[in-house]
Design a protein around this ligand. Structure first.
Ligand SMILES: [Zn+2]
Length: 205
């Protein structure tokens, strides 16, 4: 339970030229993300993200320095949510849902990390089972992955990363989400501003 994005990868290995294109586009976004106060860290929320030619792995920063002014519970974005909150000045809390609060903007409660966004160029044999399929209920052959962001600020990094991956991998990746089209607007826009693509991104079904 908790606001999550999901993707299915068809291929065990992504060709180097394509993975490098994904990597270099994502690296181009890092300064823009920092402008929004989104600092990326490694998978555990510490140190620096892994952004190299064999692995893209990141999280938000655990010790982000933001105030822990209230308990969010299992936060979920409101239908029209978007943007990044200034946690010192804005109260983004909206109506509660059964798990916690709904929020109008991405925010943390003193810990900007949540789940790792893990994207290896090539899966090792023991780390991937390829036992899912995006279209067939009992189907196999694709690798299922997910990243629960809880709509924390780095949600923008995860969604933008998936827009980039979809752009380069096309039909060999399927991207689905707990979010609706509106929740992906910021990712589409930041990619379009910095990479000149992404405005037409659509979630797979
Ligand atoms: Zn934070």
């Amino acid at each position: 339970m908790g606001y999550t994005h999901y993707w299915y990868r068809r291929d065990r290995e992504i060709p180097r030229n394509i993975f490098n294109a994904i990597l270099s586009d994502f690296i181009k976004l890092v300064p823009a993300l920092e402008d929004f106060g989104i600092l990326l860290a490694d998978g555990h929320g510490k140190g620096v993200p892994t952004l190299d030619s064999d692995l893209i792995s990141f999280n938000g920063k655990r010790r982000c320095g933001h105030p822990a002014s209230y308990e969010l519970g299992i936060a979920w974005p409101t239908t029209n949510a978007g943007g990044i909150a200034n946690p010192w000045r804005e109260d983004v809390r909206s109506k509660p849902w059964f798990g916690g609060l709904t929020i109008e903007k991405r925010i943390c409660a003193g810990d900007c990390s949540h789940e790792t966004c893990y994207f290896p160029r090539a899966y090792q044999d023991d780390e991937a089972s390829f036992d899912s399929h995006p279209g067939k209920r009992e189907g196999t052959g694709w690798q299922f992955e997910c990243c629960k962001t809880a709509y924390k600020p780095y949600d923008l990094a995860v969604t933008a990363f998936l827009v980039i991956a979809k752009h380069h991998l096309k039909e060999s990746i399927h991207v689905v989400s707990d979010g609706v089209t509106q929740h992906w607007a910021d990712a589409r826009i930041i990619c379009t501003q910095h990479l000149s693509y992404g405005i037409d991104f659509e979630l797979d079904r």
